[in-house]
Design a protein around this ligand. Structure first.
Ligand code: MCN
Length: 784
C-alpha cells in the first residue's frame, strides 16, 4: 500500500503544531532551565588573539575568587582526552587534520579556549574568568580564504607546513573537449560570505554524573545519538554509561550539529569533580565559539552552443575550513558537489574543491551546507550566459532543464523525479511578468532613483541524507539510516519513538499525522518521543532535511510491520487466511463480510495479554524499523524575487518573493510553509544583509547583532508560496525534504533581481551581500 494512493485524513492536513502551546506558554524545558543540586557554572577563558602562543597562564587569583570551585588550563586536562575532537568526514586519504582539543595553549582563532573556570554561580565564574592572567605571544594571522594559499600567507598550523587541508575532485571524462568545442564560455568569480548562525537559543550544555558511574549530558544539540557515540569515544567512556538528552532546543540550523569543546569539557569536569557542570553560551561568545558557515570563493564556468545548449560546467572552489576541522567541516563543499549543474541536463562536469585553513572560527554545516553555494553560482551564471548568448533567461533555463526522470546526472547521481517546467510555469502564472516589465520600463524611462529588478532561480537539491553506501563511498564515517519504533499500548494509545531529533521542525506533530493515518487512530492518541538516548537507543538525528524522507519513512515501515503482525493475530483467532483480511481505518474485517470486525486497539490489548497468539509469536504489538534510503531526496522548484533599488543610496529592498517548490507529498502544509519561510529568510539574509568579517589580525568585526545584520520581519515581504507535486518514487510516502529549499534557492534569485534593477546603468555583477555601499559602488563604477 502506498500513502500517496489513498485519500488520508491527517497527511496533507494543516494540523496545528502540538509543540507550540508549551513553548508559547513558557512550559518548554531548555538546558538552562535545569539546575540539579550542586550544579556549578562553567565559563571558558578565550583567546583574544587569532593566532598566538600562550607563554604563561596564572590561575591563582581566579582560583581564590568568591565561589570558585576550580580553574583548569589546557595542560591540566591533557590526560582527560583519549582522542582529539572528532572530525567524521576525512574527505580524502591525504586530508590534513590538525589535532584539536577542547582547550589549547596555541590558540588558532579568536575565541579558542585556553582555560576554564568553574564556580557556584555563572556571575562568579564570569568574574573569576577575568582574573585568569594569560600572557600571549601574538602571531600573524591568515584570515582571507582567497589568500590562504599565497606564498607569504602565515601558516595556521606550522606543523602542517601548508594551509591546504585537501583537494577533492569530481570530473567526467570529456571535460576538456567540451570547453574547446563550445561556442560561448562564461566564467565568473563569486564570493560566498561567511555566515554566523543565530539560533534563538544559544548553545547550552549540562553534564550530570549519576550514582553508578553513569552520566547524563543534556545539551542543546541536533544530534543526541551521534553526540553520545563521539563523546564516549573522545573521553574513553562506555557508551552505555552515557545518556544524552536533547530537551527543547531553540533552533540550530546546522550549528548544533557538532561535537563542541564545551560539551566535552562539561562531561570531563563533571566526572572529575563528581558534580553537575553547566555551560550556557552568551550571545557574543557564540559569534566566536559556535561554527560559522560558507566562506567560499568560487570560479564557475558554463560553456554552451549558440542555440543555448549547455555542454559543460566547471567549478573551482576554495572553501574556508576555519582553524580546525569540526564534525563535518571538510564535507560541507561535497554536499553540493553533485549539483553544480543545477536542474539542467549538462553532459560534462568538473568540480574541484580546495579546503584551506584560516585563523578563523571553524566552519561547518549551516542550512543548505554546500547546496546554496552551488545553486548560487549556477543561477547567477545562467543569467550571465543568457546575456552573452542574447537568449531570454527563462528560455535558457527551460531549454536545458532535465525533462525525463529518473535522470542520471553527469556527476553520477540519479534524480528520481521532478518537473521543473511545471514549477516555472506556475511561478510565471503567479508573477504577472508583463505587468512587472511595464512598471520597470516606466521607472527606467522616468529616470527616478527607485528602480525595479526581477531575478529568478530554478533549482534542485539533494537532501534526505542519505544512502549509507554512498556516504561510505565519499568517506563519511556514519550511516544515513534512521529508526523508528511504534508501540500499541494496552490502553489503546500509541507510542512512537524516533531516531530523529527535532529542534523546531515539528516532528511531534508530523510523525503523529503519519501514524494516525496509517494505523487509523485519533492523532491525539499518538505520543511521539525523541531526543533521549535512553528512550531511543539508536538514531541518526536531524540535519540535511533528512528527518521526513528517512526517519518518517522508517516510521511508515514500522507501521507496516504493526499492521502485518496484527493481521497474523486476527487470522489466527478467526481461523481465516491472513490474505482474506482487510485493514482500513484501524479495523480488520474479512473481505466480503464487513459485519465481523475487530479494532487494532483490541488486538493490541490481546497481544499484551498474550492469551491467544499464533504459536511462537512474541507478545505485545510493537515494531521497530531501521530504514536506509535507496537514494537522496530531490526537491526542486522555481523562485522569483522582485527588488527595489535606490540608485542614489544603493539601498536594495525586497518587495516581492514568489516560490514554487516541489517537495513531493506534503505531510503538514503549515509546517512546510514555516520551513520555507525560515529558509527564505536565511537565503535572503545572505543576499542582502549577513556577512561575518574579520580584520587583518583575525579580530571578528561582526561579533554581535548590531554589526551582523540578521533581518527581521520588517525587512521581508509576505512570501507567496505555491507547490507542484511529483511524489518521490523512492519512498512509500512520496515525500522529499523541505528544510533547506528556501535557503538554497533564494540568494541567487535576490541577487539576480538586484543586478537586473541596475543593469540598465551598466552593472553586470555585485558580490553578496548587496549592501548599499556595494550596490552604490557598482553603479558608480559602471557609470564612470
Ligand atoms: N515536511 C512535510 N512534508 C514534506 C517535507 C517535510 O510535512 N514533504 C515536514 C516534516 O514532517 C518536518 C519538517 O517539514 O516536520 C521538516 O522536515 P525535513 O525536510 O525532513 O527536515 P528535518 O526535519 O530533517 O529538519 C532539518 C532541516 C535543516 S537541515 C535545517 S538547517 C533547519 C530546518 O530543518 N533547521 C531548523 N528547519 C529548521 N527549523 C527550525 N525551526 N529550526 C531549525 O534549526
Amino acid at each position: 500500500m502506498s500513502a500517496t494512493e489513498e485519500r488520508t485524513a491527517y497527511i496533507g492536513a494543516p494540523v496545528k503544531r502540538r509543540e507550540d502551546r508549551p513553548l508559547l506558554t513558557g512550559r518548554g524545558t531548555f538546558v538552562d532551565n535545569m539546575s540539579p543540586a550542586g550544579t556549578v557554572a562553567m565559563v571558558v577563558v578565550r583567546s583574544p588573539y587569532a593566532n598566538a602562543t600562550v607563554t604563561s597562564i596564572d590561575t591563582k587569583a581566579a582560583s581564590e575568587a568568591d565561589g570558585v570551585v576550580a580553574v583548569f588550563a589546557a595542560k591540566d586536562l591533557q590526560d582527560d582526552w583519549k582522542a582529539a575532537m572528532p572530525c567524521a568526514w576525512p574527505v580524502t586519504e591525504e586530508m590534513r587534520n590538525p589535532p584539536h582539543y577542547p582547550l589549547t595553549s596555541t590558540p588558532r582563532y579568536q575565541g579558542d579556549g585556553v582555560a576554564v573556570v568553574l564556580a557556584e554561580s555563572r556571575a562568579q565564574a564570569r568574574d573569576a574568568a577575568e582574573l585568569v592572567e594569560v600572557e600571549y605571544e601574538s602571531l600573524d594571522a591568515c584570515v582571507e580564504v582567497a589568500k590562504a594559499l599565497d606564498d607569504n600567507a602565515p601558516v595556521v598550523h606550522p606543523d602542517l607546513g601548508t594551509n591546504e587541508c585537501y583537494v577533492w575532485t569530481l570530473e567526467t571524462d570529456a571535460t576538456g573537449e567540451a570547453l574547446d568545442d563550445a561556442d560561448v564560455v562564461v566564467t565568473r568569480s563569486y564570493v560566498q560570505p561567511r555566515l554566523i548562525p543565530n539560533a534563538m537559543e544559544p548553545r547550552a550544555t549540562l553534564a550530570v554524573p549519576g550514582l553508578v558511574g553513569d552520566l547524563t549530558l543534556y545539551s542543546a544539540t541536533q544530534i543526541p545519538h551521534i553526540l553520545r557515540v563521539l563523546v564516549a569515544a573522545t573521553l574513553g567512556m562506555h557508551e552505555s554509561k552515557l545518556r544524552v538528552v536533547a530537551p527543547d532546543v531553540g533552533g540550530g540550523f546546522g550549528s548544533k550539529l557538532d561535537v563542541y569543546a564545551e560539551e566535552l569539557l562539561a562531561v570531563a569536569l563533571a566526572r572529575r569533580l563528581d558534580t553537575p557542570v553547566k555551560w550556557v553560551e552568551e550571545r557574543s561568545e557564540g559569534y566566536l565559539a559556535t561554527i560559522h558557515g560558507r566562506d567560499f570563493v568560487t570560479q564557475y564556468t558554463l560553456a554552451a552552443k549558440k542555440d543555448g545548449t549547455i555542454t559543460h560546467c566547471r567549478a573551482k572552489v576554495t572553501a574556508a575550513m576555519g582553524a580546525y576541522l569540526q564534525l563535518v567541516t571538510p564535507g560541507v563543499p561535497l554536499l553540493g558537489a553533485w549539483i553544480y549543474g543545477g536542474p539542467y541536463a549538462i553532459p560534462n562536469y568538473s568540480v574541484e574543491f580546495t579546503g584551506v585553513f584560516t585563523n578563523t572560527t571553524p566552519t561547518d554545516a549551516y542550512r543548505g551546507a554546500g547546496r546554496p553555494e552551488a545553486t548560487y553560482v549556477i543561477e547567477r551564471t545562467m543569467d550571465a550566459l543568457a546575456d552573452e548568448l542574447g537568449i531570454d533567461k527563462l528560455e535558457l533555463r527551460r531549454k536545458n532543464f532535465i525533462k525525463e526522470f529518473p535522470f542520471t546526472l553527469a556527476s553520477g547521481l540519479t534524480v528520481d523525479c521532478g518537473d521543473y517546467e511545471a514549477s516555472l510555469d506556475k511561478l510565471l502564472e503567479l508573477l504577472d511578468l508583463d505587468a512587472f516589465h511595464t512598471e520597470q520600463a516606466k521607472r527606467r524611462e522616468n529616470g527616478g532613483p527607485k528602480q525595479l529588478g526581477v531575478g529568478f532561480s530554478t533549482y534542485h537539491e539533494m537532501c534526505g541524507l542519505a544512502p549509507s553506501r554512498i556516504l561510505g563511498a565519499i568517506r563519511y564515517a556514519a550511516g544515513g539510516w534512521d529508526q523508528a519504533t511504534i508501540r500499541c499500548l494496552p490502553t489503546g494509545s500509541v507510542q512512537v519513538i524516533t531516531g530523529t531529533s527535532p529542534h523546531g521542525q515539528g516532528h511531534e506533530t508530523a510523525w503523529a499525522q503519519i501514524v494516525a493515518d496509517q494505523l487509523g487512530c485519533d492523532i491525539d492518541e499518538v505520543e511521539v518521543l525523541h531526543g533521549d538516548t535512553s528512550i531511543s537507543s539508536i538514531g541518526m538525528d536531524t540535519y540535511g532535511s533528512r528527518s521526513l524522507p528517512v526517519g518518517g519513512v522508517a516510521l511508515w515501515h514500522a507501521g507496516e510491520k504493526i499492521i502485518e503482525k496484527a493481521r497474523q493475530i486476527v487470522a489466527h483467532q478467526w481461523e481465516v487466511a491472513a490474505d482474506d483480511l482487510e485493514f482500513a481505518e484501524g479495523t480488520f474485517s474479512v473481505k466480503g463480510s464487513p459485519d465481523k470486525e475487530t479494532t487494532l486497539k483490541a488486538i493490541a490489548f490481546g497481544a499484551w495479554a498474550a492469551h491467544d497468539l499464533p504459536d511462537g509469536m512474541e507478545p505485545t504489538l510493537e515494531a521497530t524499523a531501521v530504514y536506509d534510503p535507496p537514494n537522496f531526496s530531490w526537491p526542486g522548484g522555481a523562485h522569483a524575487a522582485i527588488v527595489e533599488v535606490d540608485t542614489e543610496t544603493g539601498d536594495a529592498r525586497l518587495v516581492r518573493y514568489v516560490a514554487v517548490d516541489d517537495v513531493g507529498t506534503i505531510v503538514n502544509p503549515v509546517i512546510v510553509e514555516g520551513q520555507v519561510h525560515g529558509g527564505l529568510a536565511q537565503g535572503i539574509a545572505t543576499a542582502l544583509y549577513e556577512e561575518g568579517t574579520y580584520d587583518e589580525d583575525g579580530n571578528l568585526q561582526t561579533a554581535n547583532l548590531v554589526t551582523y545584520l540578521v533581518p527581521t520581519a520588517a525587512e521581508l515581504p509576505s512570501f507567496e508560496l505555491a507547490w507542484t507535486t511529483t511524489p518521490s518514487p523512492t519512498n512509500p510516502l512520496g515525500v522529499k525534504g523541505v528544510g533547506e529549499t528556501g535557503t538554497i534557492a533564494s540568494a541567487p534569485a535576490v541577487m539576480n533581481a538586484v543586478i537586473d534593477a541596475v543593469s540598465h546603468l551598466g552593472v553586470t555583477d555585485i558580490q553578496m551581500p548587496a549592501t548599499p555601499e556595494r550596490v552604490w559602488r557598482a553603479i558608480e563604477e559602471a557609470q564612470a
